[in-house]
Design a protein around this ligand. Structure first.
Ligand SMILES: [Zn+2]
Length: 243
């Protein structure tokens, strides 16, 4: 988005007047989530597809790199939920796929900026904290469809998507927010520290404290050099000579 606070998109590719209804008959009270079910579509691709061959539209497209394009202005009614009443009161967000069926994968950038857009819209239209089933709904709530697939409950991106939407809503005014702050469980953190310490121990055993210079007790030799020295004393043939 050019301006998240002002809901100014990165770009516009508005559909023709034959693919949306001017104005709204109801106030905006929800966001409806979609995925393209098409691979690597840009905002312009969606516009052309809808303009030329499908009686449909949505307000936003979140592209694979996170770029957000506007196809129908928020104040107009887009045709995305297959339900006139829901269309009149909702904003429809489409998300690009980076792979086809059956997985219909969505990029991290699309998930992150789609979630941030949900937070921005909830904030901009006073819908409250993004909450699934209260102000954020899947297309499948209103029509017989699997859309939004991975973003729907049970999909691989649903939990991340909603967690990020809530994070952005809760931290809207945080200066320089870190969008990729990993939320690691205490168990995972303990395992990470244990693994790091084990790696250091192995390194020190092999190459001496700190990984350089060898062991003082072994005449500043590494484990390999010590083994070679012992082998020489024991009269074991040097493997380098026999190769
Ligand atoms: Zn849909």
């Amino acid at each position: 988005m050019k301006d998240w606070n002002a809901l100014e998109p990165d770009k516009y590719a508005l559909v023709g007047g034959h693919r949306f209804t001017r104005g709204r008959t109801r106030p905006i009270d929800r966001i409806v989530i979609h995925h393209n079910a098409g691979v690597n579509l840009t905002t312009e691709d969606c516009r052309d597809l809808w303009n030329n061959s499908r009686e449909a539209s949505a307000h936003y497209q979140v592209e694979r790199d996170g770029t957000i394009g506007q196809l129908v202005n928020d104040g107009d009614t887009a045709w995305h939920a297959a339900n006139a009443d829901i269309n009149a009161r909702s904003i429809g967000i489409e998300h690009a796929n980076i792979g086809g069926p059956p997985r219909w994968q969505i990029s991290d950038e699309t998930i992150e900026n789609g979630a941030r857009l949900v937070a921005a819209l909830c904030r901009g239209y006073n819908l409250g904290r993004p909450t699934w089933g209260r102000n954020v709904f899947p297309h499948s709530a209103y029509a017989s469809t699997s859309c939004p697939h991975q973003l729907a409950p049970g999909g691989e991106d649903h939990a991340t998507y909603m967690a990020r939407a809530q994070w952005w809503f809760d931290n809207w005014n945080t200066p320089n927010p870190s969008p990729k702050e990993p939320d690691m469980s205490p168990e995972d953190r303990a395992l990470l520290i244990e693994t790091r310490d084990l790696c250091r121990f192995i390194r020190d055993q092999l190459a001496g404290p700190g990984g350089s210079g060898g062991w003082p007790q072994g005449g500043k030799r590494t484990l390999y050099d010590l083994a070679s020295a012992i082998a020489e004393i024991e009269g074991v043939p040097n493997t380098r000579d026999t190769l």
